[in-house]
Design a protein around this ligand. Structure first.
Ligand SMILES: [Zn+2]
Length: 272
């Protein structure tokens, strides 16, 4: 039974996540347009009125205003409160999972980056470099706070994540003469390798491919778009990474094993 205090902590984590989710909505809207995420303050895209703080409360304002602008009545997408609720729920989930431990804020940072990346990828079929590239050194620094990821494993994760997918992408292009996987996915996987270590790479690719197939094949059959239907891979890599992080000690026996082989190789043949 969780104590009352822990329930309170979970609620605070949800609220914090919802506020971060509100900022992610700004990022999702502005990063692909090449605009600043800091200024100006949020405006209604229809009437250009600057939105007041009490009309900009995560989830609550959207519900109270029934998804409309308080000034001109233009409809705001239900996706805004959904992104806020999803981020809040994931923040609470990872606090529940790791408790008051340095790993929890690292998980939150990863959640925030992955939510923004996934929605932008769904919208525009791109993974923005401004999130994935800084995510690589940030993930490396965070590895010092994560007990099961050594800095060597993080470094190897960057190389493996970048390298394996790059090889697959180039091989696919060479075989089929068309681009199957964007280089955005390669940079995202390098970022995931930095955060989660070398041992995470193969389980994440495997899990993302399974989920991608389970969602993609029925979609192709329903829409009859066949191979021309472009389903972004980023959201699947992101979901797989969060599943991996949540079950990290359950997947360990297998993942640690081959992770250990790579570290052994690295220490004895590579880095010395
Ligand atoms: Zn308006």
């Amino acid at each position: 039974m969780p104590t009352l205090q822990f329930v309170l902590f979970l609620s605070i984590a949800f609220l914090l996540g919802a506020v971060i989710g509100s900022f992610l909505n700004v990022c999702i809207y502005r990063i692909p347009a090449g605009e600043s995420v800091v200024s100006p303050r949020s405006r209604c895209p229809h009437c250009q009125t600057t939105i007041r703080w009490y009309h900009n409360l995560p989830i609550v304002s959207w519900v109270l205003l029934r998804g409309r602008c308080a000034y001109c009545g233009a409809a705001f997408s239900v996706r805004y409160p959904l992104v806020e609720a999803l981020t809040g729920a994931l923040f609470a989930l990872f606090l529940y999972r790791f408790g008051l431990h340095p790993v929890t804020p690292v998980a939150w940072l990863l959640v925030a980056a992955l939510v923004a990346i996934s929605v932008i990828d769904l919208d525009h079929q791109i993974i923005p470099d401004v999130i994935s590239l800084p995510g690589i050194p940030v993930g490396f620094l965070c590895s010092f706070a994560v007990p099961w990821v050594s800095w060597q494993s993080s470094l190897l994760g960057i190389l493996l994540g970048g390298g394996i997918l790059l090889a697959i992408a180039l091989g696919y292009e060479w075989l089929t003469k068309q681009e199957g996987m964007g280089l955005g996915d390669v940079k995202l996987l390098a970022m995931l390798g930095a955060f989660l270590g070398a041992a995470a790479i193969l389980p994440i690719i495997f899990l993302a491919s399974v989920m991608g197939t389970l969602v993609g094949v029925p979609l192709m059959l329903v829409t009859r778009a066949g191979r021309k239907l472009a389903i972004p891979f980023g959201p699947f890599l992101a979901s797989a990474a969060l599943v991996y992080l949540f079950f990290v000690d359950k997947i360990d026996p297998l993942a640690r094993w081959y992770g250990a082989v790579i570290i052994y190789w690295w220490q004895n043949l590579g880095g010395g």
